[in-house]
Ligand binder design. Structure first.
Ligand code: ZN
Length: 273
């Protein structure tokens, strides 16, 4: 048995023996569904470019003020991004995590920097998710005139950019861009509070950190801050510098499938905690 196999088997044992799972997911989790990280680095933005728009144009849309400065162009880009998120089915790794969590006494809580709503689309409980950078599926005032957020409308027409439901000014998605003091944190803070309440309940939770890179380390820092056994799945940055961190180098979907096979057949460990 080589190192990766033995680490897969250990990860399966940690997961099987836990009474709850905390899933900490970064961009690498969405990549296997074909989605980019909206706050990530340049290249991946190009996959979402509407016709006639070029990569240099996209840099403007990484800045928080783009919705107030040029709402029509911003909505050409983000309207398309919203459509892509709605049309993209979560990959099979989400269902594996959901199945494992369903067998836990205290289920799972998700902490993700992804704004794409893939965990909700995969059937995870909305009340058990923290979206630390917000969500493209919720809107806010671009100014903002109030801390309110609301569900994204069914269709976006860039020629008539979405309006704030309170003041009638430009609206924007409720997620964090760069240089973005206008991001409304109300919804994310409410999510954080729900997790604080839940966290006191499990006696031996395991953390499964997936595709969380070092460049934008919010998810990784959160996962490590919990001081629990941590399974780290990462294609490029799987370093583990502590005995409580188990390193599994590979893609999210590939490694989750390996762990699932180990849970089902390996070492006689039942799936239930
Ligand atoms: Zn407003």
């Amino acid at each position: 048995m080589d190192l990766i196999d033995s680490n897969i088997a250990r990860a399966a044992q940690w997961i099987a023996g836990a009474d709850a799972m905390i899933i900490a997911a970064g961009a690498g989790m969405s990549v296997d569904s074909g989605l980019p990280d909206f706050r990530g680095s340049n290249g991946i933005w190009t996959t979402l470019l509407p016709a006639g728009m070029h990569e240099p144009d996209v840099n403007a849309f990484t800045q928080g003020r783009c919705f107030a400065d040029n709402p029509r162009e911003a909505w050409r880009f983000f309207g398309r991004a919203l459509d892509v998120c709605r049309e993209t089915a979560p990959h099979a790794g989400y269902a594996l995590l959901r199945d494992w969590a369903a067998a836990k006494r205290h289920g799972a809580f998700v902490y993700t920097s992804n704004v794409d709503g893939q965990f909700q689309a995969a059937g995870f409980d909305e009340a058990r998710i923290i979206e630390c950078h917000g969500s493209i599926h919720h809107f806010q005032c671009a100014r903002p005139c109030s801390p309110a957020t609301w569900a994204a409308p069914r269709t976006i027409v860039p020629a008539r950019p979405p309006r704030c439901i309170h003041c009638g000014g430009p609206a924007r998605p409720n997620f964090l861009l760069f240089s973005d003091p206008s991001w409304v944190v109300t919804r994310t803070n409410a999510q954080r509070l729900r997790m604080e309440v839940w966290r006191g309940v499990p006696a031996n939770a395991v953390v499964i950190e997936i595709g969380a890179g070092l460049a934008l380390p919010a998810v990784r820092m959160f996962a490590e801050s919990l001081r629990l056994p941590l399974v780290r799945i990462n294609a490029h940055e799987a370093q583990a510098d502590s005995k409580s961190v188990l390193s599994l180098q590979g893609t999210a979907l590939g490694i989750l499938q390996c762990i699932d096979r180990s849970l089902a057949t390996g070492s006689g460990v039942a799936r239930t905690a």
